[in-house]
Ligand binder design. Sequence first.
Ligand SMILES: Nc1ncnc2c1ncn2[C@@H]1O[C@H](COP(=O)(O)OP(=O)(O)OP(=O)(O)O)[C@@H](O)[C@H]1O
Length: 693
Amino acid sequence: MGYESLSIGINDAVAASFAVLSVAVFICLPIAAWGWLVYPLWRSGGLHGWITRGGGGRMHSTETGARRTPRPALVTFRDIHYSVKLSGRGRPELHILKGVSGVLLPGTLTAIMGPSGCGKSTLLDILADTKRVGVVEGDVRLNGEARGTDFRSTCAYVMQEDCCHSTLTVHETLWFVCALRLGPDERLELITRTMVDLDLAHVADTRIGDDVSGGLSGGQRRRVTIAIEILSGPALVLLDEPTSGLDAYGAQQAVATPPAVVAALRRFADRGRTLACTIHQPRAETFALFHQLLLIKAGETMYCGPVPDFLRGCGVACPPSVNLADVVVDLTHTKEADADADGAEQSVDLVARFAASALRRKIEDEIDSVELGCHPDLADAAASLEAPKEQEGARVGCCGSSGGYPTPLMHQVGVLVRRQWTLDTRNFGYQFTWVLNGFVLALNASTYLLVEQPPLSAQPASVYRDDMGCDPTEPSGRQGCVCHVPMDEAASNGQYNVGADATECGRAILASANAVFAFRGFLFLVINALFVNEAVFVPAVIADKRFFAREHGARAYSVLAWHLAWLVKLGLTAALKALFYTPCFYFIGQLRPAWSAYLAAALVTGGMGLAGSAVAMLLTTLVPGLGAATTAFGCAVLLYQNVCGFFLPIAAIPPYLTWLTWTSVFTYGYYAIVTSQQMFGSIELPGDTPART
Ligand SMILES: Nc1ncnc2c1ncn2[C@@H]1O[C@H](COP(=O)(O)OP(=O)(O)OP(=O)(O)O)[C@@H](O)[C@H]1O
């Protein structure tokens, strides 16, 4: 009696790869947990210490920067070499920086210039301590000391690419930065002052936008990026091409306002901060705002020193009507082969001449005196900083004093959740996927209704107990059939048929069995859709990682805060999905009309969503890149589906792989929703073993 359960010989190679993948996940998880949670927790001296310290750093400041001892940022770098090994066998090592040295003094604005590809951005990356590939040699010091783990709370780094949330307004963007990095008292005044400084006040309530949706101009967006970094008053600001948007977005605007950004930077420097930025071909008025010039050619220092001394040092004349910056750029572009005789000679000479110059020796002496702690600027610059009340925020005082986060952990989480929420409510595409997913679930349910049999769950509880599977009082065999199929047998998810000689009752019961399979297929597709929908979080988390890298790098919040904020957001989203998605499939699919069953289905809906988004989050954290993370998510879905008991009978899974079944989220989701529809039990099919089609 009964039917043969489906037995599939699992390809050992496939099984082994599943096993390896799962073992890898289970090895990676504890390592990741150690890195993110346990190690910082252990270092911070327990859970209480962790929370009060803002999630991993040293004690967060309850004081504003104004109350701390202000320290300047005097940066020295000596003999910086940088090389990368080019990928591909036999390819040579690329030596990009070849012994660049210099000093960045507090209260100065330094221009780093040179031809495209000479190594300007590379040098800034090294100074900002963000270079993670290649080999960096040489010594970079802050106030004569090696840079510590808290260096990034002193140093703001404005990278070449803008990194702003396109759906936030300028004011909101700066508000969130303030909320993460400063106390509430300072926020409004600082935001207003920074917007005025960077000529952004008139677009305060304009959404930042992007190249597709419009919004701010490229130059304005660039200024917002700069505002984000200088808002909290760091002692050291490094900027990679702060005027690039201005160049690209119209000469007209560039003619009208180009010095606005550099003038704001100059004002910032005049308040005692240390600033250095790369810049291409500035106008004469803009160039005049810089105190120092670091000129690089092919990775070597061509000049480093005060701007006015440049021509004297080079022995070059600059006619009054000519822009000095143009002369500088021309000198760096001159090539031996194609330049005129004078230019070529000067160009070749300048690198060697600088290396042998008194200026170079002066720089070396200056670096020595900083390292020995006797550089006059180390003491003087502290006094030259503004009075405490006028200081611009917490980070100015952080220089070397604290590596902690400015706000407590729970505050960080709250601000991040609030920002995510604001972004989601303005993301039309995201909302559209919600509606679309609801529609797909409803469609799935209505497709199931195309099955000839009405949903079994709509039938009264079964009473049929005849071992032969026949109840003469129920000729149709429908109302009284026991339509229960054991879970593992249900995995034989095919339609059954019987020969023409089968009894009517047998045919009826088989029809019921087919309805059971269709019903289970429907439920499986529901949980499948709920999980797979969460793939939307793979690109979302990866996009947010850009902001995380920048903001966590600037010590605005901890790794734990970021993860917790995402978990809170995903939890809230899952709750909303339970509310919104469950009705989409429950009523159309005519599932069991009982509150308990509905509640169970809602829990499964939220749970599958939460599990799917958690897996998406885990994979985006472990696997680099969008393509790899998306593929990994697809693999995880396949793995989970295959071992959940729907496709393969659990009995058919080799014993050494059954543990996979119990790690599959699908197993629990599938069992839970099937159980909630009262589909436990067994089906006894009459007569001969039916053939599968
Ligand atoms: N990781 C890397 N692998 C290979 N080449 C690299 C790498 N990093 C930098 N380079 C090369 O080093 C050179 C210097 O790059 P960098 O970005 O510092 O130039 P740049 O002076 O800032 O140029 P631009 O003004 O155009 O931004 C370039 O030729 C670049 O291709």
